[in-house]
Design a protein around this ligand. Structure first.
Ligand SMILES: Cc1cc2nc3c(=O)[nH]c(=O)nc-3n(C[C@H](O)[C@H](O)[C@H](O)COP(=O)(O)OP(=O)(O)OC[C@H]3O[C@@H](n4cnc5c(N)ncnc54)[C@H](O)[C@@H]3O)c2cc1C
Length: 388
C-alpha cells in the first residue's frame, strides 16, 4: 500500500475489503498473491466470540487454492469424523466423512481460524487495519473514498478502485449503499458452552444434530474438551418461550432425547447467546449496485447452519470476487453479471436442498416452526430495505 506524501492519513490502493472474516481474508489472500494492492479493515482484534465451528471436508480444496492448507493442519483444530443426526425419527443416521472425496472435516476454534486467515493475508503483504471502523463510504464513479476511524480515534481516508463488503450479516457497506435483503425466515441460534466435569475428557469427535418440536439442536465437541451446544429456532418462538420462563433454553434442552444425554458429564460454562441465522439473499440488481462493488460471504447470502456450508461459501465467494478483480486488472474483462448470476444459482440450489432437508422431519405437524418450513416453494417472507 502506498501512502500519499501530501496527507499522512490518506492511502491509495486498488482494493479495499471491509471485514476480516473467512470471506474478506480469503479475498485478501487471493488478491495479494496476485500482487493487487489491498487494504483490509477489521473492526475487532479477533478476541471476540465467533460462532460456526463445523468446517466441512469441502474446505480442503479451498484452503489448498489459497496456499494455506498445510499451515491450517498444523493448528490444533479437532478432526471431525462425521455428523450423527436424529432427524425424522429417534433412529440415528451417521454420515461418516470417510466417504467424502476430501476425507474428514474439522471442529474449529473459530476465532483462531479467522485470525490465522487474516495473518496469512498480512504475510502476503495485505495491509490490515484492525480495531478500525467505517465512518463513511462515497462513490465517485471510477473510485471510492472510505473514511475510517481506529481505536486511537484517528481518521484514515482510503481511495480505492474496488470495494468488497465482507462485513458478514451486518452487510455494512451494502446497507450504506441502500441495498435491501430478501429474507426467507427468522431463524436464530442460541449457543452455550459446556465443559467436562472430569479432567482430560476427550469427547467423540462427531457433531450431533437433533430435531425438536420448535426447532433443532446441534452439539459440537471442541479440541479443548468443551461442547458448543446450540438451539436453532425462530426468533418469535424463542422470545415467547423466554417470556414464560427464564430457563427456557435449559428446559428445551432437557426435552431432547440425545443431546441432553450427551452432556451428562458436562456442566454449563456460559449463558446462551443469540446469533441471527436467517436465510436471505441481498437484492442484487446490477443497476442498484455501484460499479466495482462486490458483497461476499454473509454480506450477500445468509445460510441456515443446517447446510454446514457457511464458511466454505464465504471463502469461495471471497476468492471469486478476487478473481474478477484480478481478471479486470489484467485483461479488462470483468463481468460482474457473471459473479452475481453464480451467487443467485448457488442460492437457488441451497433453497432447494434446505427445503428437502426440512421435509424429512414430519413428526410435529402442529408446530409453527415446522409448518413454516414445509410450505412448498417458499417465497421470501420479508424484505429489509435500509432506505425505508
Ligand atoms: C448459529 C450459527 C452457527 C453456524 N455454524 C456454522 C458451521 O458450523 N459451519 C459453517 O460453515 N458455517 C456456520 N455458520 C455460518 C458461518 O459462521 C458464516 O457463514 C461465516 O462466518 C460467514 O463468513 P463471513 O466472512 O462472510 O462473515 P463473518 O464471519 O461474519 O465475518 C465478518 C467480519 O467482518 C467484521 N466486521 C463487521 N462489521 C464491520 C465493520 N463495520 N467494519 C470492519 N469490520 C467489520 C467482523 O468483525 C468479522 O470479522 C453458522 C452461523 C450461525 C449464525
Amino acid at each position: 500500500m502506498q501512502k500519499s506524501k501530501l496527507q499522512a492519513d490518506f492511502y491509495d490502493t486498488i482494493a479495499l475489503i471491509a471485514g476480516g472474516g473467512p470471506a474478506g481474508s480469503s479475498a485478501a489472500i487471493k488478491l495479494t498473491t496476485s500482487n493487487i494492492p489491498t487494504v483490509l479493515v477489521e473492526k475487532s482484534n479477533y478476541n471476540n466470540t465467533r460462532i460456526g465451528e463445523m468446517l466441512s471436508p469441502n474446505a480442503k480444496p479451498i484452503l489448498s487454492e489459497l496456499g494455506i492448507f498445510e499451515d491450517f493442519t498444523k493448528r490444533n483444530h479437532l478432526i471431525s469424523r462425521g455428523i450423527r443426526s436424529f432427524w425424522g425419527s429417534n433412529e440415528d443416521y451417521i454420515k461418516e466423512f470417510i466417504f467424502n472425496p476430501y476425507g474428514y472435516g474439522w471442529h474449529l476454534y473459530r476465532k483462531e481460524f479467522d485470525s490465522d486467515l487474516a495473518r496469512s493475508a498480512e504475510a502476503r503483504s495485505c495491509s490490515i487495519l484492525k480495531q478500525t471502523k467505517i465512518v463513511s463510504v462515497s462513490n465517485y464513479g471510477e473510485y471510492y473514498i472510505t473514511t475510517l476511524i481506529n481505536n486511537c480515534n484517528e481518521n484514515i481516508n482510503i481511495k480505492s478502485k474496488y470495494i468488497i463488503d465482507a462485513t458478514g450479516r451486518s452487510a455494512e457497506i451494502s446497507r450504506r449503499f441502500g441495498v435491501s435483503n430478501n429474507i426467507y425466515d427468522r431463524l436464530v441460534g442460541f449457543a452455550s458452552l459446556f465443559e467436562p466435569i472430569v479432567q482430560n475428557f476427550i469427547p467423540n469427535p462427531v457433531t450431533t444434530i437433533e430435531s425438536a418440536e420448535s426447532g433443532w439442536w446441534y452439539a459440537v465437541p471442541l479440541g479443548n474438551g468443551d461442547f458448543n451446544v446450540v438451539y436453532m429456532t425462530d426468533l418469535d418462538l424463542y422470545s415467547k418461550g423466554s417470556l414464560k420462563s427464564k430457563s427456557f433454553w435449559l428446559n428445551e434442552l432437557q426435552r431432547t432425547n440425545f443431546i441432553f444425554s450427551l452432556l451428562q458429564n458436562y456442566k454449563q460454562k456460559s449463558k446462551p447467546r443469540g446469533f441471527m441465522s436467517d436465510t436471505y439473499i441481498c437484492n442484487i440488481s446490477e443497476d442498484s449496485i455501484h460499479k466495482n462493488f462486490l458483497p461476499v460471504g454473509s454480506a450477500i447470502i445468509g445460510l441456515d447452519p443446517l447446510s454446514s456450508d457457511g464458511i466454505c461459501f464465504a471463502m469461495r465467494s471471497g476468492i471469486d470476487a478476487a478473481k474478477f478483480i484480478i481478471s479486470n486488472e489484467n485483461n479488462g474483462e470483468l463481468q460482474f453479471k457473471n459473479y452475481f448470476s453464480r451467487i443467485k444459482e448457488h442460492f437457488g440450489n441451497y433453497l432447494a436442498e434446505r427445503s428437502e432437508n426440512y421435509k424429512l422431519e414430519r413428526r410435529w405437524q402442529n408446530s409453527l416452526f415446522w409448518q413454516r418450513r414445509h410450505r412448498v416453494d417458499l417465497p421470501p417472507r420479508f424484505t429489509y430495505n435500509p432506505s425505508r
